[in-house]
Write a protein that binds this ligand. Sequence first.
Ligand code: 4NP
Length: 154
Amino acid sequence: MVCLGNICRSPLAEGILQHKVSEAGMNWIIDSAGTNGYHVGEAPHHLSQKVGRMHGIDISQLRARKFVAEDFERYDKIYAMAEDVIDDMRQIARNKFDDRKVELIMNEVFPGQNIDVPDPWYGPEPGYHHVYNMLDEACEKIIEHAKTKTQKTI
Ligand code: 4NP
């Protein structure tokens, strides 16, 4: 899960997907990172923590890190919160950038529509609830699609 700061959107996405994966009894490794590195080492924004907590998801232990080119070697799938994040990822990863692994997260819900998860950083609390709802829906679809794929390969 990748956003700009790794303190608002992507830690919430990590927490939500981790929660759903655990509930589904799956053993995926979930992680998140940010492309700008301004907040490396910081805990998630207090409003992301609050919104997560309201849904039983504790992200307080997560710490921001910067996205690195090697993430393309470590992970099978990389979800970006927005198109500007993909541009940054391309700059950082250079020849390691792999288009087949990258998807805008909201395309899981609205395929091909390229909808961004809005950056709540500059705004008040309702923006964080909106982001939570978008990410919850997207993560639900990620699990649903993975289950359908598994069934097809059995
Ligand atoms: P995020 O939000 O990408 O959802 O973590 C942001 C947090 C901080 C900044 C930008 C976006 N910043 O520029 O400091």
